[in-house]
Design a protein around this ligand. Structure first.
Ligand SMILES: [Ca+2]
Length: 86
C-alpha cells in the first residue's frame, strides 16, 4: 500500500513536471513565433531570451533544446507571414 502510494505520488510529480515542461516548451515556441511574425520585437525578445538562457543554470542539452523550440516557433511564424504576404 505504501509503495503504491509512493508510486502514485511519483507519477503525479512526473506528470506535473511533464506539464510544466510542456508549458515552458510551448512558451519558447510562442516567443519564437512572435519573433518570426514581428522581427522588430523579435530582436528584443531574442536578446532577452539569450540573456535568460545564459543565466538559467541547466544542462547544455536543455538550453540547446530551448533554442530549437524558439527556432521552430520562429520558422512557423515566418512561414505564416510568408504565406499571408502572397
Ligand atoms: Ca532554459
Amino acid at each position: 500500500m505504501v509503495t503504491a502510494m509512493t508510486k502514485q505520488s511519483k507519477d503525479k510529480a512526473s506528470a506535473k513536471t511533464f506539464y510544466r515542461c510542456l508549458k515552458t516548451d510551448l512558451f519558447h515556441s510562442i516567443l519564437g513565433f512572435i519573433s518570426g511574425i514581428y522581427p522588430p520585437a523579435g530582436i528584443i525578445i531574442l536578446i532577452i531570451f539569450i540573456i535568460y538562457e545564459t543565466l538559467d543554470k541547466e544542462k547544455i542539452t536543455e538550453t540547446i533544446g530551448d533554442f530549437l523550440e524558439y527556432l521552430l516557433g520562429f520558422v512557423l511564424g515566418h512561414l505564416l507571414l510568408h504565406f499571408l504576404a502572397k
